[in-house]
Design a protein around this ligand. Structure first.
Ligand code: ADP
Length: 223
């Protein structure tokens, strides 16, 4: 897989989007007793929704579908499935984005079957309407063309994966890189600037994984 359309999302965006999402929930007069974050992407939005909606109860469920940035794994699974009694409670299931929707569908079905809340609604910051198999009850942004949103909580993971892909593709004809060349090529490929701290961390991981080797300030592709 090569270049993917990518957009950098800031912490400020996340706070604004979460506030906007909370307003939609509030205006619908739904008052959840408990918020359920879908791990891991729903954690930050769920915590912010607790704040904006004044909800004290926050729990989570881990439903995993994607293993690395912009690359689909085989299927979604519930990790650490545990029993819980939510009878009589209104719940709000929160995630960052509905892409295929598979992990969210799995989480929803698990919760309805095993935790049995009185009501369960779904809220996500974003909804990729043309590909999603599920439409959340609340969403802040409808995305009409598929994009990889580079959220602040996966900044290092994504930078590492993107850089790894770029170096292996470019590695067919380029084996030795300076730091500036790596960053320059990354900006050309993905058109997002994650900043020097993240570039340096990602390069450190690439060295740790044996993909790059550092000699005299130059990085050698060993992948
Ligand atoms: P769901 O649609 O239920 O969220 P997916 O399997 O489509 O399930 O996605 C699972 C997780 O992968 C998302 O919650 C998000 O953290 C990450 N993800 C998927 N697609 C994107 C995307 N286009 N941009 C950023 N993150 C994504």
């Amino acid at each position: 897989m090569g270049k993917v359309p990518t957009r950098l999302v800031s912490w400020e965006d996340i706070v604004e989007w979460s506030r906007g999402l909370a307003i939609k929930v509030r205006e619908s007069n739904y008052k959840p007793d408990v918020i359920i974050a879908v791990a891991r992407g729903g954690f930050v939005p769920a915590r912010l929704l607790c704040d904006f909606l004044n909800v004290e109860n926050l729990i989570s469920i881990q439903s995993q579908h994607w293993t690395e940035a912009a690359k689909a794994a085989e299927k979604a699974i519930i990790k650490f499935a545990y029993e819980l009694d939510l009878s009589g409670k209104k719940a709000l299931l929160v995630d960052d984005i509905v892409d295929t929707g598979e992990s969210l569908i799995l989480a929803r079905d698990f919760i309805l079957k095993h935790w049995k809340p009185a009501e369960l609604r779904i809220a996500t910051l974003q909804w990729i309407s043309p590909v999603a198999k599920l439409k959340p009850d609340y969403y802040y942004i409808e995305v009409t063309e598929w994009i990889w949103f580079q959220y602040p909580w996966t900044r290092l993971e994504d930078t590492f994966q993107f850089m790894k892909r770029m170096i292996s593709e470019e590695g067919k004809h380029k084996k030795v890189w300076s730091y500036d060349e790596l960053v320059g090529k990354f900006l050309e490929w993905y058109e997002i600037d994650v900043g020097e701290k993240y570039f340096r961390e990602a390069i450190r991981l690439l060295i740790e994984e044996g993909i790059l080797e550092l000699h005299d300030d130059m990085y050698y592709y060993r992948g």
